[in-house]
Write a new protein. Structure first.
Length: 193
């Protein structure tokens, strides 16, 4: 019912955008917003800011923007992988800056965490998958992950208290949640990519 031809939002036509909206409305039990995004292609949608989304839909514009951002990031991460090769290129090689080459928006914390998880040989001691298929991961060294995030965002005073507050903000947006069996420092991506 909600099949979209391409996983890359930039390639969506107006019909694909409407299907994505229907699917997202159904998934999050949102009010119908398709009419306010009518006649927009994927390229149009991707050029919009979070504020543009909010202006079109006060109730759920921020959630729609966040969900579209997940699709865009997933498309970028697929490009970082060589077809037929199980190795993932480092983000520095293929996507030098996730915030500039893969999206017009600055990098989000959830994207950063996923980047760390995709490099277990470098960061496996500080963050690791518990169940990759379900998107469940554990932060093993919270101070180190917070320090890495602080370096990435040029915020030397970053600590885990601040980082965990940011993670909890994703609960409302449907990006990250606590898994069914709640454990300390264990989180789950709502829609694993």
């Amino acid at each position: 019912m909600y099949l979209i031809a391409s996983a890359e939002p930039m390639e969506w036509n107006c019909g694909n955008v409407q299907k994505w909206l229907l699917w997202t409305e159904h998934l999050y039990r949102l009010p119908q917003v398709g009419k306010v995004f009518q006649e927009l292609s994927g390229k149009d949608l991707c050029s919009m800011t979070e504020e543009d989304f909010r202006q079109r839909s006060m109730q759920c514009g921020d959630l729609l923007f966040a969900h579209l951002d997940i699709w865009r990031s997933a498309a970028c991460m697929k490009e970082c992988c060589i077809p037929g090769d199980t190795k993932l290129h480092s983000a520095e090689e293929t996507c030098p800056e996730a915030d500039s080459s893969c999206s017009s928006q600055p990098i989000h914390l959830w994207q950063f965490l996923r980047q760390l998880l995709l490099k277990p040989h470098n960061y496996g001691r500080c963050i690791r998958w518990l169940n990759k298929e379900k998107g469940i991961f554990k932060i093993e060294n919270s101070a180190y992950v917070a320090r890495l995030w602080g370096l990435r965002k040029n915020r030397p005073a970053m600590n885990y208290d601040k980082l965990s507050r940011s993670i909890r903000q994703y609960y409302k947006k449907g990006i990250i949640r606590k898994p069914d069996v709640s454990q300390r420092l264990v989180y789950q991506f709502v829609h694993p990519v």
